[in-house]
Design a protein around this ligand. Structure first.
Ligand code: GLN
Length: 299
């Protein structure tokens, strides 16, 4: 950032950063530059255009330089700014908590469709593995009548998720529980819907992921064991003990895990049906499983 004439205006520094990020193979370089600069100057992205001629003072330049360095070392934009937009809200994120992905909005969409069918009593929803809380907070905010519970093994995740739940608009219909998968709950038909975005990356694939992911994001939220299906297997094997008859389990999965998930389904006799739902890129992203209405009794 030196050797040029004239002051460093917003426009000039954005152009420079865009080129610099491109030369370091940073994804969406212009967008990253804009998000980081608006974070640094504490203005909206739109203001960068409205004030494109504004020169940056030396303090602003120095702090922006630090953000550029962090991004070049592959730290995700969301960890640098501490927030990520998902569904209808901005969510706080922090190291130790998976950054919500746009693909996971498909899970929210599918959950809202299931919940729209309603019921005579307030619907009860459980999320296993809460991360930043993006999924369950979005569901809880969509209808104050839903009774929502979120469970995570990671106290870091529970801390971030509960602070997201306390942000505007708050969701008093959501509570948090610490523990691994179903261990904090009694096996009782109590939830109408269970949702989860469990870790599903096969262990050997972790090191092939982008450095943003494998250097910075929590392994606990990514590593799904040798074939990526360990957690999905556990959740599918136990979910029916906690679902009401006819209740639904929705899981995010890897797009190439259809066959594996189908195989697990065939061994879970309490589910009546399985359906795969595509993400916006047309890849299988969510699996929807419905518990049987009644146990079929032998004749
Ligand atoms: N979709 C995430 C990724 O691409 C993985 C999330 C998960 O394992 N649940 O990194």
């Amino acid at each position: 950032m030196a050797g040029d004439q004239g002051p460093w205006t917003i426009k000039k520094i954005l152009d420079w950063t865009d080129t610099y990020f491109k030369s370091h193979d940073i994804d969406s370089p212009r967008l990253a530059a804009e998000i980081l600069l608006s974070h640094c100057l504490d203005v909206r992205r739109l203001d960068l255009y409205l004030q494109h001629d504004r020169p940056l003072n030396p303090d602003e330049l120095a702090s922006f330089r630090e953000l550029i360095k962090r991004r070049i070392s592959r730290e995700p934009v969301a960890y640098i700014t501490g927030s990520k937009g998902f569904w209808e809200s901005d969510f706080k994120v922090a190291p130790g908590v998976l950054i919500p992905r746009p693909d996971t909005e498909v899970l929210v969409e599918a959950a809202l469709k299931v919940l729209a069918k309603g019921g005579d009593k307030p619907l009860r929803v459980l999320e296993l593995g809460v991360g930043s809380g993006a999924v369950i907070v979005s569901l809880a905010r969509s209808n104050p009548e839903f009774r929502c519970v979120a469970c995570d093994l990671s106290l870091t995740a529970l801390g971030v998720a509960s602070s997201n739940a306390a942000m505007e608009p708050p969701c008093p219909n959501l509570s948090f529980v610490a523990g691994s998968w179903f261990t904090p709950f009694r096996p009782k038909a109590q939830f109408d819907l269970i949702v989860s975005n469990p870790p599903y990356i096969p262990t050997r694939d972790i090191e092939t992921l982008q450095p943003e992911i494998n250097r910075y994001e929590p392994l606990l939220a990514l590593d799904g064991g040798p074939d990526g299906l360990d957690c999905i297997r556990t959740i599918m094997a136990e979910a029916c003990d906690y679902l009401v008859p006819g209740g639904t389990l929705l899981l995010e999965t890897g797009s190439d895990q259809r066959e594996g998930v189908d195989g697990i389904f065939k061994n879970c006799r309490e589910f009546a049906s399985i359906e795969f739902i595509d993400d916006y890129a047309g890849l299988h992203r969510v699996v929807k499983l419905e518990k049987k209405i009644a146990n079929s009794k032998p004749l």
